[in-house]
Every structure is written in structure tokens, then in C-alpha cells.
Write a protein that binds this ligand. Structure first.
Ligand code: URA
Length: 209
């Protein structure tokens, strides 16, 4: 297995199980995705650099450690990435945000870009790309291809769920990008859905089906 981080914390696994259930309401699916994203951010940002700042406690001045959240960019793959983004911003509110709009061609399952907007100065930023499902890998590959054109300092990819086919396809093209996930499911079906999976993440979080 290449650079894959399976986040097996019991809270993460518990919330993922609740989300997978077909009777989870739109409301609870969205809330759980948000909570899961917050918990995963804790692990994904573990190696973030810290710098010293001068502060005063009620008793005396001290040098304390702080992160520079503005150097971090969360890039959401529309539309399902939005559900993760809110949770991550809850933990790192100073992060910048980029969006990339991709849809899946239903026949080829290939990714087609319709929107791309990133913050300025990407060459000095660390990017975390988010999409709940890394399935065929096509959207993830296309998104990272485009982001690499801007030469950010680093790129990580975060999803709730993936499968061996998607991981293999993604790392064949982008072996340098670490993937953080809460589960690696059994397989893809012929329509590019993950099994056992959780269905269509976008439809489930927005109630569009
Ligand atoms: N996208 C989804 O929302 N679900 C899958 O199973 C695969 C891709």
C-alpha cells in the first residue's frame, strides 16, 4: 500500500457506520459528515508546522506555539466536497478555500471540469483536497492535476471512503499525494459506486434523490 492513512479512531468508525445506514436522514447524514470531517482534520493536520508567538498569560509573558492557518488551503471538489469543507473550517477557521467543479460523464465515468477558483499565492500554501468518495479516482486525479499546475508546497487528499481500485488509479498518477480515509471498502461496481459504500454522497447530503 502506498501513502494511505486509514483513520481508525473509534469515533470516526462509529460515525461512518451511522452515515452508511440507508435509513439515515439527510439531516443526520450532513451532520455526521461534518463531525467526521472535524475528527479527520485532527489527523490530517498532525504534521502542520508550528511557530512561536509572543503572548501574555494573566501571570507573565511567554513564547507559545501557534499554526499559520492562512497557509492552508482546503480545496473542495464540488459538489460533495462542500459537506467536508464545513467541518474542516470548523477546526481551522483561518484556512483559505479553493473550489473545483467536476462532474462525472455518466458514460465514460471521466471527470469534466466546469469551475476552478483558487486563492492567490498557491506556491506558498499547503493544499488539502477534499471529496467524500475516492471511487474511480478520475475526479481526484483531474483535481490534483490542475492544482499541481499552481505548484503548491504540498498536497494531501482527504475522503471518507475509498476502494482498492480508486487508490490504485490515484497513486499510479499521483504517488506523491498522501490519501487520508476512514475506510477502504471492498470494490467498485460497474457504475463507479463503492461497495458496500454509502450510496451517492452528494444526493444523500443535499437530499436530491
Ligand atoms: N460517488 C459517490 O457519491 N458514491 C460512490 O459510491 C462513488 C462515487
Amino acid at each position: 500500500m502506498r501513502d494511505v492513512h486509514l483513520i481508525d479512531h473509534p469515533l470516526v468508525q462509529h460515525k461512518l457506520t451511522l452515515m452508511r445506514r440507508k435509513d439515515a436522514s439527510t439531516n443526520s447524514f450532513r451532520r455526521l459528515l461534518n463531525e467526521l470531517a472535524m475528527l479527520m482534520t485532527y489527523e490530517v493536520t498532525r504534521d502542520m508546522p508550528l511557530h512561536e508567538v509572543d503572548i501574555e498569560t494573566p501571570l507573565e509573558p511567554m513564547k507559545a506555539r501557534a499554526i499559520d492557518g492562512k497557509k492552508l488551503v482546503f480545496v473542495s471538489i464540488l459538489r460533495a466536497g462542500t459537506g467536508i469543507l464545513d467541518g474542516m473550517l470548523g477546526v481551522v477557521p483561518g484556512a483559505r478555500v479553493g473550489h473545483i467543479g467536476l462532474y462525472r460523464d455518466p458514460k465514460t465515468l471521466g471527470a469534466v471540469e466546469y469551475f476552478f477558483k483558487m486563492p492567490h499565492g498557491m506556491s506558498e500554501r499547503d493544499v488539502i483536497v477534499v471529496d467524500p468518495m475516492l471511487a474511480t479516482g478520475n475526479s481526484a486525479i483531474a483535481a490534483v492535476d490542475r492544482i499541481k499546475e499552481l505548484r503548491p508546497r504540498s498536497i494531501k487528499f482527504v475522503c471518507q471512503l475509498t476502494c482498492p481500485e480508486g487508490l490504485r488509479a490515484f497513486h499510479d498518477v499521483h504517488p506523491d499525494v498522501a490519501v487520508f480515509t476512514a475506510a477502504i471498502d471492498r470494490q467498485l461496481n460497474d457504475h463507479g459506486y463503492i461497495l458496500p459504500g454509502l450510496g451517492d454522497a452528494g444526493d444523500r447530503m443535499f437530499g436530491t434523490k
